[in-house]
Write a protein that binds this ligand. Structure first.
Ligand code: NDP
Ligand code: PYC
Length: 339
């Protein structure tokens, strides 16, 4: 049986931050990136945890991301828009810079958008959604990726795995949050299956000839499939339009042209929308937060679970017992520390 190691959240954060710092990231970039990578491990979201560090470092080495970037707020935007130029750094630092202005604007106007341009993005979106809900606002976040998903009816990669996440604040308990790729599964899941030597579930991918495959290698060479057939395909296309073309940034096929590879972290933009439920419900009957609780109770009352409950349960375990890493994961950290 293989050994495992348990680290406190703070200890893992220090190790990840140190690896990123030694790879040349400045403290703004390393700090923001370490926070989301460690949050992924803490919440048992392996597809966007420490396994992503190698890809981030490859992207730095390839000169496709600026490890010294200092994101900046772009002045003179339309009233509802906060725009951050990531200066070709990672999206996470740009988000942290833009968040206070987004919150202030959404509280004042009821609805505001944070646009991030020219960023490298490989993270889960729920950390950003949760950060907005902590201010009593609802959030909708989306971004393109790189062309790895065939549109329904097609056979060649064109759309990205294009994640979309939503959050609704709840008093005295974690927010309602969902966050998923618009492909059947995140590409990170396919890569984790490949590493573990496991076959994929049916319906995730097609090979280069367009035939269904459960072989992760063939899937990575071929194309992934959108979730929900034509419905996921259309939502993914919407994300290309809103969080690519509309914000003046790259679409997933353009990202692949620029990078020339899916082994590097994608470079594109991101769209974060924040809504004030009180402002939208003003003058109507009923408190929107109390009404939302009624809906959640009805869902749970049927025996269903709310999205993110698995994650919040994992978070509670990590907070009390630490984060458990496999022998292979610890070896990976050791190897990256020795670079
Ligand atoms: P999953 O399919 O693992 O999970 C999707 C969501 O559904 C989660 O919020 C999950 O909550 C919830 N969920 C799962 N099962 C149930 C259930 N039975 N009942 C209710 N809710 C449920 O996500 P994906 O593999 O599609 O995506 C994983 C991550 O990859 C996401 O965080 C996404 O942002 C990220 N990603 C990032 C990309 C990028 O370009 N930056 C590209 C693609 C994906 P819970 O976690 O509690 O199980
Ligand atoms: O898991 O699909 C994915 C992904 C792509 C970019 C970052 N994560």
């Amino acid at each position: 049986m293989s050994e495992s190691t348990t680290l406190s959240i703070e200890a893992l954060d220090a190790r990840v931050r140190s690896i990123l710092g030694r790879a040349g990231l400045n403290p703004v970039q390393a700090g923001a990136l370490a926070r989301v990578i460690v949050a992924g491990e803490r919440d048992a979201c392996k597809s966007h945890g420490i396994y992503r560090i190698e890809g981030a470092l490859r992207t730095v080495k390839a000169g496709k991301v600026n490890p010294l970037a200092q994101p900046r707020l772009v002045p003179d935007q339309a009233a509802a828009i906060v725009r951050v130029d990531a200066q070709h750094g990672f999206a996470n630092a740009a988000f942290e810079l833009g968040l206070p202005a987004l919150v202030e604007r959404a509280r004042r106007t009821g609805l505001a958008a944070l646009v991030i341009n020219d960023c490298t993005h490989f993270s889960a979106l729920w950390p950003e959604v949760e950060a907005v809900t902590e201010h009593g606002l609802a959030a909708l976040v989306m971004c393109p990726s790189y062309a790895t998903v065939a549109p329904t009816g097609g056979i060649r990669p064109l759309l990205g795995t294009n994640p979309m996440a939503f959050g609704w604040p709840r008093a005295g308990q974690p927010p309602y949050v969902f966050d998923f790729a618009t492909s059947v599964a995140a590409r990170g899941e396919i890569e984790l299956h490949r590493r573990a030597g496991k076959q994929l579930p049916e319906g995730w991918a097609i090979d280069v000839d367009g035939a269904p495959t459960t072989d992760p290698e063939a899937a990575l060479a071929g194309a992934m499939l959108p979730f929900g057939g034509h419905k996921g395909s259309a939502i993914s296309t919407m994300i290309e339009l809103l969080a690519g073309i509309m914000i003046g940034d790259l679409t997933s096929p353009e990202v692949l042209d620029v990078l020339g590879s899916t082994t590097l972290a994608p470079v594109h933009g991101e769209l974060i929308l924040a809504f004030s439920p009180q402002a939208f419900a003003a003058g109507r009957s009923g408190d929107p937060f109390a009404r939302a609780e009624g809906l959640f109770e009805a869902i749970v009352g049927q025996g269903a679970r709310l999205p993110s409950q698995r994650r919040f349960a994992a978070r509670a375990v990590s907070a009390s017992q630490g984060i458990t890493l496999t022998e292979a994961e610890v070896a990976q950290l050791d190897r990256l520390e020795a670079l």
